[in-house]
Design a protein around this ligand. Structure first.
Ligand SMILES: C[S@@+](CC[C@H](N)C(=O)[O-])C[C@H]1O[C@@H](n2cnc3c(N)ncnc32)[C@H](O)[C@@H]1O
Length: 284
């Protein structure tokens, strides 16, 4: 992988050092970690980090998709999607919380993300609108209400199957662009990208709901500096994008299975040459 362009990524130098697990000591439990994978709960980890300590947050939380009707998975039965990857939720997370509880939880998470992001940076929060009880439900709007959304990017992914004759086949998800302050500016290369990104979904990833590296990379490049945080790291996609750009990253994932998957995928980015230290417990 080519090294980072120092002019575009002024923070790239230090990031290369801290992500090199072979050349640094494992962090103490109470220490803020960068370039490390935290196995734990994202709220616990985020609350232990300093305000304004990251430049970019790119994340896709669980969508609570099993608490849905119609365009989703019916709780516990698989509904119309018997072969869908998320029929059983995630490893260790059922993805079927009561609606209000889910929204309150995600708003707590978003409050931490916006606290952690630097005024020059931005949060990119991926979610999915869906038809619920026959009407469009913009769940992400409920979650982000009051958090200063500047723009919504449409991520147009490949279509799937639509078994419901009542609406068109859904082919996109949304990414809420929440700047760190009113003064936040995008990099020159990013401004012309437009707000509809056609990026095909990747295949061959055993995680049930990954986004493509290209999606994370575009968000990161739009800010052009690290550290990069993904509190719902899943299979490590955001970390891979940050590694490819030579930037510091912090990832949090609750499932031990996905932590191992992420570790393996991130190591592949460097042909297996990079050691990734796991921070098993956040500070309390
Ligand atoms: C939509 S997936 C993220 C997928 C990721 N963008 C990727 O490309 O692989 C959401 C992830 O959040 C994880 N998760 C659920 N609750 C969590 C929590 N409280 N703290 C950290 N991770 C959590 C799930 O295990 C799941 O892997």
């Amino acid at each position: 992988m080519a090294g980072p362009d120092a002019a575009r990524y002024p923070d790239a130098g230090p990031s290369r050092k801290v992500t090199d697990g072979a050349s640094r000591q494992p962090p103490a439990a109470a220490q803020v970690s960068r370039g490390l994978l935290h196995h734990g709960d994202c709220l616990d980890v985020m609350r232990a980090l300093d305000a304004a300590s990251v430049r970019v947050v790119v994340t896709s939380p669980p969508y609570n998709i099993r608490n849905s009707t119609g365009n989703g998975l019916r709780d516990g039965r698989g509904g119309k999607w018997p072969n869908a990857a998320l029929q059983d939720g995630y490893d260790g997370h059922g993805d079927a919380m009561p609606h209000d509880e889910y929204v309150a939880w995600q708003r707590q998470c978003l409050a931490e993300m916006t606290r952690l992001v630097h005024p020059d940076g931005a949060v990119f929060y991926n979610h999915k609108w869906r038809v619920q009880g026959g009407l469009l439900q913009r769940l992400g709007d409920e979650i982000t209400d009051g958090f200063g959304v500047r723009q919504i990017i449409v991520w147009q992914r490949a279509g799937g199957f639509n078994h419901n004759p009542g609406y068109f086949l859904p082919t996109y998800e949304v990414v809420y662009y929440i700047p760190g302050s009113r003064e936040t500016r995008l990099t020159s290369g990013a401004r012309g990208l437009g707000d509809v990104w056609r990026i095909p979904q990747t295949s061959g990833n055993p995680h049930p709901a990954p986004f493509p590296v290209e999606l994370a990379a575009r968000c990161i490049e739009a800010v052009g500096a690290g550290p990069v945080l993904d509190p719902f790291l899943g299979s490590g996609t955001t970390a891979i994008a940050a590694e490819q750009l030579g930037l510091e990253w912090i990832g949090v994932e609750k499932s031990a299975e996905y932590v191992e998957l992420a570790k393996a995928r991130i190591e592949q980015t460097h042909n297996g040459r990079r050691q990734i230290s796991l921070a098993l417990e956040p500070s309390r």
